[in-house]
Design a protein around this ligand. Sequence first.
Ligand code: PGA
Length: 247
Amino acid sequence: MRKPFIAANWKMNKTISETQEFIRKFIPEVKDSSDVTIAIAPPFTSLPAAAAMIKDTGIILAAQNLFYEEKGAYTGEISPLMLVDIGCTYVIIGHSERRQYFHETDDTVNKKIKAAKKAGLGVIFCMGESLEEREAGKTFEILQRETEKGLEGVDPESIVIAYEPIWAIGTGKTATTEQAQEAHAYIREKLRVSYGNKADELCIIYGGSITPDNVDSIMACRDVDGALVGGASLKFESFSRIVNFRR
Ligand code: PGA
């Protein structure tokens, strides 16, 4: 039985005081949600404040990125050990915005996943096709490549896969339940090739314009085990409703 995993990806949003205000209001809303794993990924600057507030609540603190070296002359970068030091237990890797705007390749993503795991961090590993790729019938090809290359040489412990069709991110256009289920089942089948029956224990979560209005139907899909939420995670009311989804 996979425990649902719901994560907030705040991207480049919220100052420290905005983070504190959100978390103060959010904690009481989720005190009875022990049957769901909840993660919050604020920007780096808000991590210490968030860590102090969610300590002892069971909410996971996640970072949105890391660099794969442990330390050294890499101006502007943050290492896995620094994230552990600050209280993170998970990190988002391979988000399409990182791939698109910061030119991260499958190889970079694989190095980052390995570095995160080496430091003891769990990983929310994102993948998904663009609209062009979907329309060209290449969705499965992309998912196969991203799964194989991203996870090459990686053991599956504490890996959460996030299927995020790029055309659904921040666009208000969600994948249909059929499209989501089909992609998730395909990814699980690919994971089975490398990990055997362990693939059935891995959470594959959906991301892309999740809202309080569509979360229940997406979560009803057999192979959808949670959600990675951008825009709708910025308001505590809507993220609380998403975390308290109804199956
Ligand atoms: P969205 O973003 O919910 O705003 O579409 C999801 C994501 O990019 O993780």
